[in-house]
Design a protein around this ligand. Sequence first.
Ligand SMILES: Nc1nc2c(ncn2[C@@H]2O[C@H](COP(=O)(O)OP(=O)(O)OP(=O)(O)O)[C@@H](O)[C@H]2O)c(=O)[nH]1
Ligand SMILES: [Mg+2]
Length: 293
Amino acid sequence: MKVGFVTILGRPNVGKSTLLNALLSKKVSIVTPRAQTTRDTISGILTEKDLQIVFVDTPGIFEGKERLYKEMKKSAFESSRDVNAILYLFDASSKSFEEDFKILSSLRSEAPRIFVLNKIDLIRLERAKEIKEEIGKAFPDVPLIEASFIENFGIKEVKTAVLPYLEEGDPFYPEDWYTDKDLSYQAKEVIREKLLHFLHQEIPHQSAVFIDSIKEGKNGLEIDAIIYLEKENHKGMVIGKGGEMIKKIRVASLSEMGRMWHRPISSLTLKVEVNPNWRNDPKVLSKLGYGES
Ligand SMILES: Nc1nc2c(ncn2[C@@H]2O[C@H](COP(=O)(O)OP(=O)(O)OP(=O)(O)O)[C@@H](O)[C@H]2O)c(=O)[nH]1
Ligand SMILES: [Mg+2]
């Protein structure tokens, strides 16, 4: 069987998680219009006859001063080591690619690279030509695939491009697995997706979700979650007038979980707590699964 690991890297918001979900035809990683959506490395497992590719979605690489962001950057860089190939995504609508070039030259990995210019639906043909020239000049030997994942364009090409880098071996995961993450992790991510969707400004970035318990009840899954916030005055905004906002988040999370898992969820309770400075507190970060303790 041909097997291998392929890491998906790039700056925040370039479409890494969109690509992962498209490759698997399944939602494994949350997607929002906002940067810094993905906070962990998430594997999506594509198993076909005689083939298993583990695609690893990573947090977008950027310089953030909080410890959380340093851990995110570290995990993205670490997941590019010892893999069969690296898919590096560029956002075609970017004005400059300097930051990308900086990231690429600081990558310490021997793995072959494949470039993807995503979001070409947002630019004109002329600009695409210009960008390809600029990237080609900086990295003449790396192949570049043009894509618009939102329009299902270029996904097949991405899959085909990684095939030569796979090796003969046994599968890493059972054939019916599509992600390395359990239900508890997925539940937390869905709630984060809805926080990012409904809340403005910095509130979602300054929040974290912890799944206190998830168990199979008589009528379906019963989930208890805690939303941690950094500031006391954010609490009112997350709960909303008469509990309107938290209700919206709860209802949207429930329907998303139902769509993803195809199984009943009989209860979802959301508690809101304030935990100042959680993004810098190694103990809290570790409890939430970010970085080392
Ligand atoms: N116009 C356009 N938008 C796209 C395309 N691909 C993804 N997007 C959108 O770009 C936004 C970010 O997509 P994500 O997949 O969450 O990006 P990401 O790279 O995982 O972002 P982080 O997790 O923050 O690093 C979402 O609103 C997507 O719908 C594309 O080809 N064209
Ligand atoms: Mg992402």
